[in-house]
Design a protein. Sequence first.
Length: 113
Amino acid sequence: MDTPVEKLLEYGISIVALMGVSYYVVRLTNWLFGSFSDALNEHKEITIRLIDGLTSVRSELCQLKIELAELREQHRNYHDLFIIARPDRDRLPEPSERKKPRPRVRRSGDRIL
């Protein structure tokens, strides 16, 4: 077996230093790839969970928008019912504000002519 001193005398200082640095670079690269792959896998899982959460929030927001539209429609229909049922509140503008005459509102006691 060659000792480091024999290698130094045989190859020269520059070659031995290059081999030492190469060994260090290879070990450092292997360690970095190993630790980075673990960290990247962890970050990938976190990213997937965040995307899933964002998707669920967006779907919930869409459902809430649909429910809000339904409630607005119900409110509008409910409000229209009470406007028609109350004779003191006009649903249509007065004839002076419109160009054509206002139609007669039929009540339950009126007969059809």
